[in-house]
Write a protein that binds this ligand. Structure first.
Ligand code: SAM
Length: 257
């Protein structure tokens, strides 16, 4: 591992220990117990987007699972799940909720660029605001493709490239104008410590194809028009901004059978 990568991992671990203590540990129970899967900052129902399809009987790996509420939903829906994250603190919250609420499934502490699971072990690799922002896409997309068996699917949600072009350098809320160049969003260092990747659509298509995957869908995810407020702690976009422009992108790609 390069010194630069080791530095990124150390910063990410430190950042997510703080975010866990301030926000995500307290929020996780409500997310864990949601009856139906939703996507992203404004909880757009999966039944409206249909990105996951039927998951009963599938073997699933969730990358950068955080407090693992997506894995909990999928396990309750009949999938066999393994959840992977870099942060001991985020996984400790997941472990606490497994004990309190169930279901239980394996929690693995690892870097999403180097996952200690076998080739072809998954029918579905999923990540919600996880690896796509926090890991180098040249590495994690290949790693996800390695984990998929033929016919398997990769489904990931991340911030839209457009929102990354509009969030100011001080990590304030997205502006209604472009504040950085198209290529400058590929890797952004924020003052709060995080280093994030926000490839353009052209980059994503190239990266997915290079890993042998076929793009099935790109859902542009807006905040619901019928009300709802800003996210309680992720302040990157307002509800108003996200109801005019897609704040998030939900990509679906498959490994040919
Ligand atoms: C926004 S959370 C995603 C989890 C959850 N779906 C959510 O929205 O809260 C981002 C997660 O990425 C994890 N993460 C950051 N860098 C990582 C890496 N290199 N490998 C695996 N996980 C990583 C963090 O620990 C954190 O739990």
């Amino acid at each position: 591992m390069t010194d630069a990568r080791a530095g990124d991992l150390a910063r990410n671990r430190a950042l997510w220990a703080v975010v866990n203590a301030r926000f995500t540990d307290a929020a996780a129970e409500e997310q864990w117990t949601r009856p139906d899967p939703v996507w992203g900052l404004f909880a757009v129902p999966e039944r409206e987007l249909g990105a996951l399809g039927e998951v009963r009987g599938l073997e699933v790996v969730e990358l950068a699972c955080g407090t693992a509420y997506v894995s909990a939903w999928l396990a309750r829906a009949g999938a066999t799940v393994v959840a992977v994250d870099l942060s001991a603190e985020q996984l400790a919250t997941a472990r606490r909720l497994q004990g309190q609420l169930g279901p239980r499934f394996p929690l693995v502490q690892a870097d999403g660029e180097l996952v200690p699971l076998a080739d072809g072990c998954a029918d579905l690799v999923v990540s919600e605001h996880g690896v796509a922002a926090w890991c180098d896409p040249e590495r994690w997309v290949a790693e996800a493709a390695r984990l998929l068996r033929p016919g398997g699917r990769l489904v990931f949600l991340t911030n839209s490239h457009l929102s990354a072009l509009c969030v100011p350098d001080d990590e304030g809320v997205a502006a209604e104008r472009l504040v950085r160049g198209h290529r400058e969003a590929y890797r952004v260092r924020w003052p709060g410590g995080g280093a994030e990747f926000h490839p353009s659509h052209g980059d994503w298509v190239r990266l997915l194809r290079r890993a042998g995957l076929v793009v099935e869908a790109l859902h542009e995810v807006f905040a619901p028009a019928d009300g709802g407020g800003d996210h309680p702690f992720y302040e990157i976009v307002s509800h108003e901004w996200a109801s005019r422009w897609p704040a998030e992108e939900l990509w679906v790609a498959s490994r040919p059978a």
